[in-house]
Write a protein of this length. Structure first.
Lengths: 175, 390
């Protein structure tokens, strides 16, 4: 695996844990993260002659992972994610918040890969819309619409229907 | 940042302490090593085949073709490499590279799909869209410019649908699906896409829009009029009534049409700067709805049936190419300064006829090919290859 100067193995050995963590943030599960980091490292290894001349091979791998993720077709899942706990045990704000987070995590996990990649770049990496578009190789408009649709899905998942209706009525009452 | 966005950032950060399973790293790294080796080997084989194929093409079809690029053995890096081919790999291709002569362009795209070229611009930029193994497009219009060598393809637009693209140094135009038809869009540099014309594009067998030297020429579907725009933001100017069959700056070739949009047999050669025009006649056989047209430097070509006819635009003398055109489910006709190229596309294999106007030699080769300006783009295995003609 000594390609183009022989530092690829060293790079992988040193940076694998961090790269895996990023893959995990992008995918949200162990198996997909391992697949993703493997494919990104393979592409990097093939291109190592060029990548090593750049200052930022880790940035190259991260960008590759984001692009692979963003362009991955939604695959059928083996597991069925539960969107939330079936019933509330008590009228406790803290427990409600836990449930809310469960719903958010499940909704995040259920997002199409491209939407999730956009959210990771925008809110985890704190990139601007333009920077996100550059990383993903798409237009700014696509980033904007994907982020907006993703947030709408997440918002819907966090608000039980009744609460959402109450919120709407409350807004109507105030306007 | 809104509350929800903060929450999302927090939930994503909470995932940032994951560790791979204990057995993952060694096994995974071994797989990476194996795949890197395999993919490098596959690329070397592909590129060796491409080099041999092009060497033959250079010898038979276009002896004066220059080539200064050589795909790097590993990756899209070819795009960034700057050493001449003969120094890097001992290529059998002609040496004497010169600035501006490009090399190979691997088809892999950042989207994970592979580049399917629509064609090239007169400045050698490659335009195309990404297509997956099942024929699904990534919906992106990609452009790889020539900057010494071909640059990494960059996205230009992501329309809902499109059927082709053209362009020049500072302009990319494409036909974007809108409603039941296609609207011509234009983007210059980093600017936002703008619409050219209002009535959609009329099309016959080939593309109904063309670009050269940052001038776009197209046929407006609504009124059957050919328009020209000097840049994306300029006010379009009406050139003539009819159908824009070809454009090689400064001349647009317009098929005159009757009131029902049928060609009359007359072709107008219109100078886009001055509006000066000459009228020539085309035989009936060159007016079929399936006929393809292309304008090059000093030539206007017609592919009809299995025959390619090349007109000298000064004398209007016609030369019929004896080699029959290859058969295909779809076809494209392009012309450059000294070449006319017909590509027949098939599900299993593409074939191209490359005709050199100077010598009158023609050769049929495997794979698609496109000519424009001084450039010839050929498909060589899993890569495209751009060569310049003097």
């Amino acid at each position: 695996m000594r390609g183009g100067g022989g530092q690829f193995e060293d790079f992988v050995a040193n940076r694998f844990p961090a790269l895996f963590r990023y893959a995990y943030v992008l995918t949200g599960n162990q198996h997909d993260a391992e697949d993703l980091v493997q494919e990104a490292l393979t592409r990097t290894g093939v291109a190592w002659g060029r990548v090593r001349r750049k200052d930022d091979p880790e940035g190259y791998v991260r960008t590759t992972m984001a692009r692979i993720m963003a362009n991955r077709w939604r695959r059928p899942r083996l597991e069925h994610l539960v969107e939330g706990v079936p019933e509330h045990a008590a009228d406790d704000p803290e427990i409600d918040r836990v449930h809310e987070m469960d719903g958010l995590d499940a909704a995040l996990a259920a997002l199409p890969p491209r939407m999730r990649a956009v959210l990771v770049l925008r809110y985890f990496e704190q990139l601007s819309e333009e920077e996100t578009a550059r990383v993903l190789g798409c237009s700014r408009g696509t980033v904007k619409s994907q982020a907006s649709r993703a947030l709408a899905k997440l918002r819907a998942s966090m608000l039980p229907q009744e609460a959402e209706q109450a919120l709407m009525e409350d807004r109507r009452g105030r306007s | 940042m809104e509350d929800l966005e903060r929450l999302v950032a927090g939930r994503l950060r909470a995932l940032d302490d994951a560790a791979p399973s204990a057995e993952a790293p060694p096994a995974l790294l071994a797989r990476v090593g194996h795949q890197v080796k395999a993919r490098r080997r596959r690329r070397r084989i592909t590129q060796s085949a491409a080099g041999l194929s092009l060497a033959a093409a250079v010898a038979v079809v276009a002896p004066p073709l220059l080539d200064s690029g050589d795909p790097s053995p590993t990756d899209p890096s070819v795009l960034a490499a700057s050493e001449p081919a003969d120094r890097r790999s001992g290529s059998a291709l002609p040496s004497s590279p010169r600035p501006g002569a490009a090399g190979g362009l691997p088809r892999d795209l950042p989207s994970g799909k592979v580049l399917n070229a629509f064609g090239i611009t007169s400045d050698g930029a490659v335009l195309g869209t990404g297509v997956g193994p099942r024929g699904r497009s990534d919906g992106v219009l990609w452009r790889a410019d020539v900057s010494g060598l071909l640059t990494v393809p960059a996205p230009v637009a992501e329309p809902e649908g499109m059927y082709g693209a053209s362009g020049s140094r500072n302009m990319t135009i494409w036909a974007q699906r809108e409603g039941g038809g296609y609207q011509l869009m234009c983007r210059s540099g980093e600017g936002e896409p703008v619409r050219l014309g209002a009535g959609g594009i009329a099309r016959r067998g080939g593309a109904a829009f063309h670009a050269d030297r940052d001038v776009a020429v197209w046929t407006d579907k609504a009124d059957g009029t050919v328009w020209a725009a000097h840049g994306c933001d300029a006010e379009p100017e009406r050139l003539a009534s009819g159908y824009a069959a070809g454009f090689a700056y400064p001349h647009a070739y317009v098929l005159s049409t009757d009131g029902r949009g049928r060609p009359t047999g007359e072709v107008q050669r219109v100078q886009v700067e001055t509006g000066a025009r000459q009228t020539r006649e085309l035989p009936r056989g060159h007016l079929s709805p399936d006929a393809l047209y292309a304008a090059g430097s000093g030539t206007f070509s017609v592919a009809s049936g299995r025959t390619l006819t090349v007109y000298d635009t000064e004398t209007w003398q016609a030369r019929e190419v004896p080699e029959p055109l290859p058969r295909g489910e779809k076809a494209a006709l392009t012309a450059g300064d000294g070449l006319v190229v017909y590509t027949a596309q098939n599900r299993d294999a593409d074939r191209a006829l490359v005709y050199e106007t100077g010598s009158g030699q023609a050769r049929v080769r495997d794979g698609e090919a496109y000519a424009k300006g001084e450039w010839l783009l050929t498909r060589e295995g899993e890569a495209y290859r751009l060569t310049s003609t003097p």
